[in-house]
Write a protein that binds this ligand. Structure first.
Ligand code: ZN
Length: 292
């Protein structure tokens, strides 16, 4: 683990030059650089910290008052050898977690895509990572979705037109639209005036499905087709928050889990009701209702 002092100094220089879009346009090599207090975030290389994934960020602590980003150069090289330049996206993604103080991968992905889209010279990074995610295809991680999900998210957030998408992504987007029109969705409902935001990974019948959350805007979760009958719904890694109208949020509880049964009759919307009797008991309970 060591500080990347040289890289940081280079970054500073570029930042000073990037005073406006017209000036940035005259300097086609200007890369994306962090703005505001994100400039104070130390970026370190440490594959142990990242657990051999490409990057990880730590939210501010006493030791790291602005948070910190750790990168794994081995993984960066691997990613760049497959799709040259793609690894930069993952650095910006980590800044996204810190800029928005969010744990959500989809939110950090969108932030990174929008940030990179504002810098003309980063179009190469965006295209590279788009292809990298398409290469991952249907590989699924409940926190991120599939490679296709990430590609779609990046393409849309960055405003990359469908004409520029790899063909398998166009096909995936069409299939997803059909799923949305015909499939079942899950919506979150909380029953406590104070604990008004939550995020969790949903499993159905022993299979991870994805993230259900209303923390950074409500997100409905697309479910696989539920055949009529009994289903086991499990919520893992449940984090609870109190969210102010200003968007400020404070954590209420973390790493809870709960499960319930759902008797499906094949209707299209499942509401997951969540109740929390904290903090003494840390008791979380969920109930799933099909509503239409
Ligand atoms: Zn992330």
């Amino acid at each position: 683990m060591y500080p990347v002092g040289f890289a940081a100094a280079t970054t500073w220089t570029w930042m000073i030059f990037m005073v406006g879009p017209s000036y940035a346009a005259q300097r086609p090599l200007a890369q994306w650089v962090p703005q505001g207090t994100l400039r104070n975030v130390p970026v370190r290389t440490d594959c142990k910290m990242t657990r051999h994934s490409v990057g990880v960020s730590l939210q501010p602590t006493l030791f790291y008052p602005y948070g910190a980003i750790f990168l794994c150069p081995e993984r960066q090289r691997e990613i760049d050898s497959l799709r040259p330049g793609a690894s930069r996206f993952f650095l910006v993604h980590e800044y996204g977690h810190l800029a928005l103080r969010t744990r959500e991968e989809a939110v950090a992905d969108r932030w990174a895509a929008k940030q990179l889209a504002m810098v003309p010279s980063e179009m190469g990074t965006l295209r590279a990572v788009l292809f990298y995610f398409v290469d991952e295809g249907t590989f699924f991680d409940p926190l991120y979705g599939t490679g296709f999900d990430r590609a779609l998210r990046v393409a849309r957030a960055a405003g990359i037109g469908e004409k520029e998408w790899p063909l398998p992504l166009v096909a995936y987007a069409k299939a997803q639209e059909r799923r949305k029109a015909n499939g079942t969705t899950m919506r979150l409902r909380l029953h406590d005036a104070y604990t008004n935001a939550a995020q969790m990974i949903i499993w159905i019948d022993g299979q991870p499905v994805g993230v259900l959350s209303n923390v950074d805007g409500e997100k409905l979760l697309q479910l696989p087709r539920l055949v009529p009958g009994q289903h086991l719904i499990q919520a893992y890694q449940v984090w609870l928050y109190h969210s102010e109208p200003s968007g400020m949020k404070s954590e209420v509880a973390r790493r809870l889990q709960a499960e319930c049964e759902l008797t499906s009759t094949g209707r299209k919307l499942v509401v997951l009701n969540l109740r929390y009797n904290g903090p003494d008991g840390d008791i979380l309970s969920i109930r799933a209702d099909e509503v239409r």
